[in-house]
Design a protein around this ligand. Structure first.
Ligand code: PDD
Length: 279
């Protein structure tokens, strides 16, 4: 596998990050994940726009133009011969003697990109549906920034792994905020699609936005509002979205069967529409 590091394409073993990198010391950086399907980047401009916004929110200058990012990603995908999977991009505030406040402005950000082969479209879990557990959302208040400080999500995903399920839905004041690495949706008994409105309390999911566009084009009823764990238990259908899961049906929450216990018709339709859009 070839990795991109600060202007160079290198074999993994040759790509080294200094101990004083602020990403390592402080998790002082941001990241993005774009899917690749049939060798092409999916909804990539939106991911790069969010990357630019995340950087702006924490005062790191974007080291590349939109065109440069696309060129680097495309070259990385080609060099790795990636047909289906993910491109991971990370930018940190660079390397400097350990000090909490920002380093001088001339310290260059560290840029890393690598690919991961993964069946994003032909994922067998999408056929059977995923199970999720709920955990308390213990994160900070700026969840709209795609920060590499992911300890709360690591603990949430580990709780899911220990429960033998695919994802953890995080809960705050009784309402579902989002998945540990995805956006949460439910479909109510009257066939209304419900997902939490955007705010600093959750990541503005790129797949979320695409699914809401597809839902509008299909004349589906959509409500952007909070929903409780109880409402999710009683939902007709549920699913989560992300660059890596696309639209993933949820068939069980905390051991309670959702709807008929199989991927619901509305969820399946949205997944099919999303995959079609992505191709
Ligand atoms: N995670 N919410 C959180 C907390 C996430 O980490 C992600 C994505 C999403 C979905 O966003 P999008 O649809 O733009 O991928 C929502 C990525 C895939 C990850 O951390 O690997």
């Amino acid at each position: 596998r070839i990795v991109y590091l600060n202007g160079e394409f290198l074999p993994f073993a040759q790509a080294r990050i200094p101990v004083m990198d602020r990403g390592f010391l402080f998790a002082d950086g941001i990241y993005e994940v774009s899917a690749v399907l049939d060798g092409k980047l999916v909804d990539n401009a939106a991911h790069l726009a969010r990357l630019d916004r995340s950087l702006g929110e924490i005062g790191i200058r974007n080291p590349h133009s939109l065109e440069e990012w696309v060129r680097l990603e495309t070259e990385l995908v080609a060099r790795n011969g990636l047909a289906e999977g993910l491109v991971y991009m990370q930018v940190t505030r660079g390397v400097y003697e350990r000090d909490f406040a920002f380093p001088p402005a001339d310290v260059a950000p560290t840029v890393v990109m690598f690919t991961q082969a993964k069946k994003v479209s032909a994922n067998p879990l999408a056929e059977t549906g995923a199970k999720v557990v709920t955990v308390e959302d213990i994160r900070w208040k700026r969840r709209d920034i795609k920060s590499v400080a992911l300890l709360a999500q690591v603990l949430a995903k580990q709780a899911a792994a220990q429960a033998g399920v695919a994802e953890a839905w995080m809960v705050e004041d009784g309402a579902v905020t989002e998945g540990s690495s995805s956006t949460a949706f439910i479909v109510t008994k009257d066939r209304t699609l419900v997902t939490r409105p955007l705010s600093t309390a959750l990541l503005p999911g790129i797949t979320r936005a695409a699914v809401l566009r597809l839902a509008a084009e299909s004349d589906l009823r959509v409500e952007e509002r909070l929903f409780s764990v109880e409402e999710a238990y009683a939902a007709e259908e549920a699913f989560y979205t992300s660059a890596s899961a696309f639209v993933m049906p949820v068939v069980e929450i905390d051991g309670r069967t959702v709807g008929a216990g199989r991927p619901g018709p509305l969820t399946r339709r949205l997944r099919a529409l999303y995959v079609e859009m992505a191709r």
